[in-house]
Design a protein around this ligand. Structure first.
Ligand SMILES: [Zn+2]
Length: 333
């Protein structure tokens, strides 16, 4: 299922994400030569609707056309079939960022094969490029807090998130091989973010070592956040951003609060009169911790204490499939 190419197909950089399936035929690893150093591994389009990564990669490669790269590049282009129709994944497909820890079926085989190839190449660093569906500032997810992983993240953003679940993330599987990050590049379609990401890739490629990236990482570790609870709308509860007749009618513009601290008492949603709906928050072990974060105040769900959300989205499909948001906490160091 994994296609492997030893050069960039002619004309590929002219194609947007909807045309890659036709050109490549499926998920593809492209090995591009560079100066004799350990290669950089970059993944994009594990989620087919997250276009910033591919646009940043082709900006980078266009700028270097005809030149030798500062180090070899291993480029993995993931769910091109979903990208063709602008979806995160197709119906019946697994989430391509949950298959990297022993998944079954053809996608599991793809994952095993790619991880073997990357391990054999002994990469310098591994970078997986994503977008978020709501407004979020740029941030980097790491799975270890060693200096090299932090440095790889901090070249991108001062905002670091330590992620230890869900299982099956690509960068988590790669973090045993080399410093590995997932970069969350905000919403797709912003040209300034494409330029920031391509500049980041160029900078990382040119580094001799990650120690040289941010020598002050140890003295100024910056802020490390981690998700401590997942917030969902219970299945039997209806919700909407537009329809005041829903059980929970969310406040407009909630995603503007991502990575900011909302004071206790901030209204999240109006509750339909006569209904006793609330949100539901669970910690990593699945324990109900709703009362720690939310309470019902007259006819509204409000924050019970200061609360920093991430990945809040107004996309109703994603809220139902996945979650409303995560609750973040600063890691005590
Ligand atoms: Zn993604």
């Amino acid at each position: 299922m994994l296609r492997i190419l030893d050069q960039l197909p002619a004309g590929l950089l002219d194609l947007d994400t909807t045309c890659l399936a036709e050109a490549l035929g499926g998920p593809t690893l492209i090995r591009m030569p560079g100066a004799p150093r350990a290669p950089l591994f970059v993944a994009t389009l594990l989620h087919g609707n997250e276009t910033t990564g591919w646009d940043a990669v082709r900006t980078l490669l266009r700028a270097h056309e005809g030149e030798l790269l500062a180090r070899p590049l291993l480029l993995f282009i993931g769910n091109v079939h979903a990208a063709r129709v602008g979806l995160r994944q197709l119906d019946g497909q697994p989430d391509f960022n949950r298959i990297w820890n022993g998944a079954s079926g053809p996608e599991g085989e793809l994952a095993t094969r790619l991880l073997e190839e990357v391990a054999r190449a002994r990469p310098f660093a591994c970078i997986d490029l994503h977008n978020t569906s709501g407004e979020n500032p740029l941030y980097a997810c790491v799975h270890r807090l060693d200096d090299a992983s932090r440095a790889l993240a901090r070249v991108f953003s001062p905002r670091l998130v330590l992620v230890s679940h869900p299982d099956g993330l690509l960068s988590m599987a790669l973090s045993g091989l080399a410093p590995a990050v997932t970069l969350e590049c905000g919403k797709p379609g912003h040209e300034d973010t494409v330029m920031h990401v391509s500049g980041y890739l160029r900078e990382v490629m040119a580094l001799q070592s990650l120690d040289a990236a941010h020598p002050d990482t140890q003295d100024h570790p910056g802020e490390v956040l981690r998700p401590v609870a997942t917030v969902r709308v219970p299945e039997h509860v209806s919700f909407s951003f537009h329809d005041p007749g829903a059980d929970l009618h969310f406040v407009a513009g909630l995603d503007a609060h991502n990575f900011t601290t909302m004071p206790g008492g901030t209204t999240i949603a109006a509750i339909r009169p006569g209904c006793d709906a609330c949100l539901e928050a669970r910690d990593a072990s699945g324990i109900d911790v709703t009362e720690r974060y939310f309470r019902r105040d007259a006819a509204a769900v409000v924050t019970a204490a200061p609360l920093m959300p991430s990945l809040l989205t107004a996309n109703e499909r994603i809220i139902r499939q996945d979650c409303l948001c995560y609750v973040m906490e600063r890691l005590a160091e």
